[in-house]
Ligand binder design. Structure first.
Ligand code: ATP
Ligand code: MG
Ligand code: MG
Ligand code: MG
Length: 481
């Protein structure tokens, strides 16, 4: 049927366009907001309107927003539904319609436009939001057994430690209705997938944690395109949708394997490559340059993880004289090919993107092999030392630092390789080494604690916090998960 990823995006936007929403373009992954590192949700470009800092130009809008969530990096390939890069479809009301209308349209979109069977849909609401519960049960007619009241962690959405926020209500799809109602747990992702979140944006969270009512009540929603594609295309996970599988197939071809008949570990590696390559191409397209600070470190870390994962898959970038052995540009070409409806600018920027990826990959490969050898030695040392002492194997902070500083191994990669061998890493020791180096090289530089919110300018603070902060930074940025 008509369920390609591109058509789902189009149908969502048309559905809301025909209900008075103006279709607006996605904002850049680099937000126009110094308190946020990267665009994590569709609402970000509208934050000043929600806060009442700028007047609204329109009452309603709808977008397909490209997003990056690095807090989900370790979920990539582990869960069936998380990406670092994904598209969030959204409908927004700026002081126009509110809860009742938002719920009504979300239900029509799900059950009529996308024809999901109503009996497979479950709802979560915020525990104190009796109004939302009533609307779902009375207005829509969802049986009370399929509406779960959840706490702040799940159903109170905030865009950061401070800023616009409110109770939310999520729609879940049930893959196994035959399992019945008893003990059904929306967090059980072998059974359910959350696909649509409706945020009733009505407060501004202040520095002291208090909630101040916004001047207007707003609607902010997010529907994961890859998740809807996975439901409608009836594939086991987001990665096997037409939005990502062609990238995985390109990587499989280079690795000389076949995704469909691969073992779980190979599949996981291919999913990492498929996921990260999208994030990398769209980040570089939006002007992020690999570096050791801020956004640049996010993209560098993703690139290095793909290079290393590619080696584990046996990918060799041979055959293309112009690439000097690099393989990222070959896979990136596939991402570019699929980019037309995600971001029309990527095609024009492709030559610059591919050149940047080639340069960064080759730079990393130069030191990678020496580093890999050193890391293997250090891991073997740690394991035999632990055996002698009857302790748990742990890699010294100094070693992690040398790998980072001299061999370009992001701390997270060392940690990941260590975990594969059952060796933990001494994070404290690593922090101490980083701190030592910082004191030597930047004696005059002001150290500012990573604090999101409080109007702190994260982008400027990041050089001081890059090695500890990224994942927790994004966790902070999304309180409800
Ligand atoms: P989850 O609980 O599955 O991690 P979430 O509650 O963190 O999702 P929201 O912040 O509510 O997600 O974002 C709105 C929608 O965006 C989600 O309902 C989902 O469809 C989609 N989404 C969120 N995070 C991701 C991700 N990492 N990859 C793909 N889609 C995502
Ligand atoms: Mg949610
Ligand atoms: Mg959630
Ligand atoms: Mg989440």
């Amino acid at each position: 049927g008509n369920v390609s990823g591109d058509s789902i995006r189009q149908r969502f936007l048309s559905f809301y366009a025909s209900r008075g929403h103006k279709v607006l373009p996605s904002a850049s992954l680099v937000p126009d907001d110094p308190t946020v590192l990267l665009t994590i949700a569709g609402m970000l470009q509208f934050k000043p309107i929600f806060l009442g800092n700028v007047p609204r130009e329109l009452p309603r809008a709808t977008t397909s927003q490209r997003c990056i969530r690095t807090n989900d990096i370790n979920n990539v390939g582990q869960t069936s539904r998380h990406h670092t890069f994904f598209e969030m479809l959204g409908n927004f009301s700026f002081g126009d319609y509110f809860k009742k209308q938002a719920i009504q349209w979300a239900w029509e979109l799900s059950t009529i436009e996308f024809a999901l069977p109503p009996e497979r849909l479950w709802i979560s609401v915020y525990k104190d939001d009796h109004e939302a519960f009533q609307l779902w049960s009375q207005q829509i007619g969802v049986p009370a057994e399929r509406i779960k009241s959840l706490g702040e962690d799940d159903n109170f959405w905030t865009s950061g430690a401070t800023g616009p926020c409110g109770p939310c209500s999520e729609i879940y799809y049930d893959f196994h209705p035959e399992r019945g109602y008893t003990d059904a747990d929306l967090g059980d992702d072998t059974r359910f997938i959350e696909f649509y979140n409706l945020v009733f944006m009505q407060y501004n969270k202040k520095d002291d944690g208090s909630l101040e009512p916004l001047k207007q009540k707003n609607i902010d929603t997010g529907l994961g395109l890859e998740r809807m594609a996975r439901i409608l295309q009836k594939v086991p996970n987001n990665y096997e949708t037409d939005l990502i599988l062609p990238i995985i197939e390109k990587a499989s071809e280079l690795a000389n394997v076949s995704y469909g008949i691969s073992d779980d570990l190979t599949k996981r590696y291919l999913k990492i490559v498929g996921d990260h390559m999208r994030a990398i191409v769209f980040l570089v397209s939006d002007g992020v340059v690999p570096s050791n600070v801020g956004r640049g470190y996010v993209v560098r870390r993703l690139i290095r993880r793909v290079v290393r994962t590619g080696r584990l898959l046996g990918i060799k970038g041979d055959g293309r004289g112009d690439l000097d052995g690099a393989f990222l540009p070959i896979i990136a070409e596939k991402v570019v090919e699929l980019s037309t409806h995600i971001d029309a600018d990527v095609k024009n920027r492709a030559p610059r993107i591919l050149e940047e990826l080639k340069r960064e990959e080759l730079r990393f490969v130069q030191t990678l092999e020496r580093g890999e050898k050193l890391l293997e030695e250090k891991l073997a040392d740690a394991i035999s030392r632990a055996e002698r002492n009857g302790t748990v194997p742990c890699l010294a902070g100094e070693d992690v630092f040398i790998l980072y500083d001299t061999y370009g191994f992001p701390m997270e990669i060392t940690k990941e390789v260590g975990e594969e061998r059952g060796v933990s890493i001494d994070m404290n020791g690593f922090d101490i080494e980083m701190e030592k180096q910082r004191r030597q090289s930047q004696a005059a530089h002001n150290t500012v604690k990573l604090a999101i919110g409080s109007g702190a300018n994260i982008v400027d603070n990041v050089p001081d916090t890059e090695f500890v902060g990224y994942d927790s930074l994004y966790c902070n940025a999304i309180v409800a998960s």
